[in-house]
Design a protein around this ligand. Structure first.
Ligand SMILES: [Zn+2]
Length: 60
């Protein structure tokens, strides 16, 4: 079972939550990044952000 979380803000690819595991990274304003774009961002603008908060929001 997978739940559509939203479209990646970079490539607009749909990002799903698969069995509780988010197939990307949640960022501000309820937006989401897929892993490849998140990696690209991290490489382009390195921040000391460690500790991801993977919050799978379940909205009925
Ligand atoms: Zn992307």
């Amino acid at each position: 079972m997978q739940e559509l979380i939203g479209a990646c803000v970079e490539c607009e690819k749909p990002v799903y939550c698969k069995e509780g595991f988010l197939d990307g990274v949640l960022i501000e304003n309820h937006r989401v990044l897929c892993f490849p774009c998140n990696d690209r961002r991290a490489a382009a603008a390195p921040t000391a952000k460690e500790g991801l908060h993977d919050r799978a929001k379940e909205t009925p």
